[in-house]
Design a binder for this molecule. Structure first.
Ligand code: GTP
Ligand code: MG
Length: 472
């Protein structure tokens, strides 16, 4: 699915598909009266005249399209899955397209945000169990009860919350018939009496208020996301309680093993707002929503009198065969790689280090003949997560990067090391440092600065390549 659907954004059709225009209803070109040729000479010359005029019109149109194409800047966002391409694409829309997102769009992102939370919680709960931390939860629950003076508990304990989520989100062992009362704490060993029950809300209605849920369902988000969004509404209180526990913090610190999207911490910190029936996604919610791109999407902008066509593609391995469809006459490629992924593995190939994959991909893009006359920019993204991660995950401890000789926990040395790794992928060493940016795609201020300077560099480089400006 492409993200968003503002009017200028289009899914790009595959080549050869849909090229020929179907015949117009009612026959089209020929007269339909027993012959293609006109009945007399006068008619013939009138017809020739109109043919010439029509041809002239077509020629003029082609010429105009060619001139327009020549002035146009075509930009591709390339990179491996989850590197941040679509997030940058969304930032461009914020910067260069003043139209608001439609309610339909926002509803889709609302469903996506809620389902993103469920996906993260599912992974966290399963990981908690694999790490053998259930007893920690029990201890936490007992301590909390002790603090309340032993006289019962105010609502659900963290262990009960966990058990409910395991039963409904992970193991599907709960009897979840819609609308009926369900007991919680039926899975695993609970140290608390699971004496409360929850109700599945009727579709689109808030559990407590019965108010119509603004987000509701969105066919554009897909069945799985809609189902997860529904689960979110039924279990958001347990999610909120579990997320506040100390035990889940330990699991969060070890999340790279299970590929949880780091930016979804922002959603988890704000579960009650996202569960509210009035919930309408904010600009930031839309930015951090994760939807895997599965078709090439294009958006057009006119900036300072110049036309830009920007293409966003899916980065996972299975999506890359579609890239070639948009490799023609490319002015600039923005190659996006996530700096923070040096200790993570691909979602689609669990043994491949993500940074190694990004480096290989960068090598093949830079050395692709289709881009011999194209400016290639490198965005080393997710610098915010990198900053945090180097504090506990040593670069040199990762087998592919054991040659890292810089100090641990050092942002600058770490970034320079990876920049050199990307530069080493090039056959010639023409790569100009001004073509490299260290970015945080979810930060609009940072992206505004980076995208504006990228635009200037691309336009200058384009003029140089077409001979309008002298080369350095
Ligand atoms: N914290 C943080 N999160 C980011 C950053 N860039 C992207 N993300 C998050 O990472 C997730 C993946 O980003 P996407 O933009 O969907 O990645 P993509 O490259 O388009 O992935 P594919 O469509 O699979 O190729 C999203 O949930 C983003 O919110 C960043 O700089 N910092
Ligand atoms: Mg994408």
């Amino acid at each position: 699915m492409g993200c968003g659907s503002s009017s200028p954004q289009q899914a790009v059709p595959p080549p050869g598909g849909g090229g020929a225009t179907p015949p117009a209803p009612g026959g089209g070109g020929q007269s339909g009266q027993g012959g293609a040729y006109p009945a007399n000479n006068a008619n013939a010359s009138r017809a020739r005249g109109s043919d010439i005029a029509a041809n002239n019109g077509v020629d003029a149109e082609l010429e105009r399209a060619r001139a327009e194409d020549e002035g146009k800047i075509k930009m591709l966002l390339l990179g491996a899955g989850e590197s941040g391409k679509s997030t940058i694409f969304k930032q461009m829309r914020l910067l260069y397209n003043s139209s608001e997102r439609t309610d339909d769009d926002l509803r889709m992102y609302g469903v996506v945000a809620r389902s993103n939370i469920v996906v993260a919680v599912r992974k966290l709960c399963a990981h908690l169990r694999n790490l053998g931390l259930e007893e920690e939860l029990d201890r936490e629950s007992r301590d909390a009860e002790g603090e309340l003076g032993g006289g019962g508990h105010s609502g659900m304990s963290v262990r009960q919350a966990y058990d409910e989520l395991m039963a409904y989100l992970v193991d599907n062992t709960a009897n979840a018939a819609g609308g009926m009362d369900v007991k919680c704490g039926t899975v695993g060993t609970t140290s608390q009496d699971p004496s409360f029950s929850i109700k599945y809300p009727p579709l689109d209605d808030d559990l407590n208020t019965g108010k119509k849920d603004w987000v509701g369902q969105s066919p554009r988000a897909g069945l799985a996301a809609n189902n997860d969004a529904k689960l979110f509404l039924a279990h958001h209180e347990s999610i909120r309680i579990l997320w506040q526990s100390e035990t889940i913090k330990q699991v969060w610190a070890k999340r790279s093993a299970v590929n949880i999207i780091d930016s979804h911490k922002e959603y988890l910190d704000d579960v009650s707002r996202i569960a509210s029936p009035d919930y309408k996604p904010t600009v930031q919610d839309v930015l951090i929503a994760r939807v895997r791109t599965t078709q090439v999407v294009m958006e057009k902008y006119r900036i300072d009198g110049i036309d830009f066509e920007v293409y966003d593609v899916g980065g996972q391995r299975s999506e890359r065969r579609k890239w070639i469809d948009c490799f023609d006459s490319v002015t600039a490629v923005i190659f996006v790689a996530a700096l923070s992924e040096y200790d993570q593995y691909l979602a689609e190939a669990k043994r491949t280090n993500r940074m190694v994959e990004a480096l290989e991909l960068f090598r093949s893009v830079c050395n692709n003949r289709a881009f011999s006359n194209t400016s290639i920019m490198l965005f080393l993204n997710k610098k915010d997560i990198f900053t945090e991660k180097i504090m506990y995950s040593d670069i040199a401890a990762q087998r592919p990067f054991c040659d890292y000789a810089g100090p641990t926990k050092d942002f600058d040395h770490g970034v320079l090391y990876f920049i050199q790794k990307f530069k080493d992928c090039l056959i010639d060493d023409e790569f100009n440092d001004s073509f490299i940016h260290v970015t945080c795609a979810t930060d609009t201020n940072n992206m505004e600065f980076v995208l504006e300077s990228t635009r200037t560099i691309i336009m200058t480089d384009n003029l140089k390549r077409s001979g309008f400006l002298g080369a350095d």
